[in-house]
Design a protein around this ligand. Sequence first.
Ligand SMILES: C[S@@+](CC[C@H](N)C(=O)[O-])C[C@H]1O[C@@H](n2cnc3c(N)ncnc32)[C@H](O)[C@@H]1O
Ligand code: SF4
Length: 456
Amino acid sequence: MLLILMTYEPELARLGVYDARAPRYTSYPTAVQFNKTVGMDFAKSELAALPVDKPVSIYIHIPFCERLCWFCACRTQGTKTASPVTAYLEHVIAEIDLVAQQLPKGIMASRIHWGGGTPTILTPDQIKLLASALEQKIPHTKDAEFSVEIDPTLVNQAKIDALVAQGMNRASIGVQDFAQNVQKAIGREQSFETTQKCVEMLRRANVRSLNMDILYGLPHQTEISVLDTIHKVQTLSPDRIALYGYAHVPWMAKRQQLIDETALPNGETRHDLFQTMAKELETSGYTPVGIDHFAKPTDDMAIATGKGRLRRNFQGYTTDDMDTLIGLGASSISKYPNGYVQNEAKSSDYTQAIKGGTLTSYRGIEMTREDHMIARAIGMIMCDFAIDYPTLINEFGDDLSCLNKAVLNLQKEYKDIVSFSKSGLKIVKHKRSIARLIAKAFDQYIDDSAKFSAVS
Ligand SMILES: C[S@@+](CC[C@H](N)C(=O)[O-])C[C@H]1O[C@@H](n2cnc3c(N)ncnc32)[C@H](O)[C@@H]1O
Ligand code: SF4
């Protein structure tokens, strides 16, 4: 193990991995490629053509928070008053109605996710209103999974009980880091006790699956401090952990300009921080999942890993292999069998369109057969660190020629890291930091002048 690290790390440096940037490939083509020639008409025809016997997944975006953390790159706005949330909610409920009018009668939802922002900004009554409006228009399957992103500083037992009464069975808790100096530097203060109380409330309400979001690459983090965060997380025993690399993108997320860049770790240190945290999680029994998730061996995600059943969507890793994810709310992206469509991003544009009685789909991309095949190949790299040609041939037919150029380039550039055979290719060494770069090699749209977050 040590030998591999010793010989591999200079190799990563030589390949420029520590400084490299690439999309996170939660979709392919990525949102940068969306354009306004694909919008409402496309969304309507995709919705109407969905097979009634295949359940869909639903994402609802709640773009409001009471606090605005400096590090956060999510699309959200701060509010201390209830009125913008109340007004927004009315529009989301109207959008559910508009979408349901397009859908074939009887179609059901099997996965529902509320994200943000902070969905727990909603009151118990608002939670009931939104969840029942959705269930009434798009009934849920008996075994539906309903997950919600939770800010431990903006939740109480009444809200959790209201969510559980509406079927919430998975929760994702934002932690990031427990060290006080790191929390101060990222403008997000949250004591261990607050997080612990949130976990206790969720468990008391019988929520069976808990995820925690942790970040590496934050200002002032050291190997000792991140280990302390991991140890504290371990005492709370979440089923899943998302260990994301902090994406410092102040040109997009303006509030990140408040972060002292001189306190950020460099690429090599980020890499080491991840390795330290990952090793600790693996040693304590968590199974690594994809590039940045960990799950208890009994969790669905760990079980799906290595069996070709892991998938990637806008929420990160999932066991959901749906063809359709309907995104509701401002800026939400829908995935349809033939492409992607995004809703108006600004809340004001979104509400204006809904008021006019129309869907708000304003940009997207229609996918070709080639796009679908490359999307599947990139998905395999991000989930399985390999591409399996027989699976691609089975799903798309014999012609894999659109992969040839990337494979030839990889054979030149990454021959010590990727192994090639008749049945596909496989990333053979420490793979997390390299996976996004290998995926990028297959991206037919990549524009190297575009700015992405660091891969390691
Ligand atoms: C919607 S927030 C979580 C829910 C809730 N609002 C909270 O703060 O607890 C989603 C997650 O995105 C991740 N995230 C936000 N900004 C990020 C960034 N700049 N880089 C990496 N991850 C980020 C954080 O881990 C965060 O928990
Ligand atoms: S981390 Fe959560 S609470 Fe903080 S700004 Fe982002 S979405 Fe809002």
